[in-house]
Design a protein around this ligand. Sequence first.
Ligand code: 2AM
Length: 199
Amino acid sequence: MKSPEQQLQNTPVEQAKEDGTQRLFFALWPDDALRRRLAGLAEDIGSRVTGRVVAADNLHITLVFLGALNGVRRQCAEEVAAAIRSERFTLTLDRLGYWSTPRILWAGSMQVPEALQSLAGALQAGLASCGIPLETRPYQPHLTLMRKVNRRPTAAVIDPISWNVERFCLVESVSGSRGVSYRVLASWRLELLSATLFP
Ligand code: 2AM
């Protein structure tokens, strides 16, 4: 049993283990074929850029980061997700981005689909009723390919990768002896595009 002082030094994942909470986030989760493509892209970039390539199994796009949630808040978050009526969309990953503070290299889209922004927005708005403190910065969809990257890579454009997004997931971040891994707990389907009628 750790003293309260030791508990204060816990990482968020250790804290989640001790108090029965789970570290959770909503995400877009690639299927196996897309995951292989994305992993190939990450490996390719990793052969030219110094840093740590994200494990293939961990590749995803976060929609909303929730942090450590107890059972009641998780239930609330799942009810919010189940009530979402958002449309399917195609996301084209066609650019690389770099953030120097988290030192991550990511893939993103030059043109973020309106439906993706509105899905993230609808989740955020619904979650307000769950009492979960959320990120206040504007949503910037990104798929982290590499961590611990110290320098902005020179090339920013990549061969476009199309992602037909049909569902979103609730994911748990689990800390193990070999680092963090992610576990999909639940998923919800997005709606088919409403048909356009021509006279
Ligand atoms: P990242 O890929 O840019 O690191 C699980 O940690 C996922 O939630 C990651 O995709 C991570 O983004 C994202 N995330 C967003 N906000 C976070 C936060 N405050 N702490 C940890 N992860 C966060």
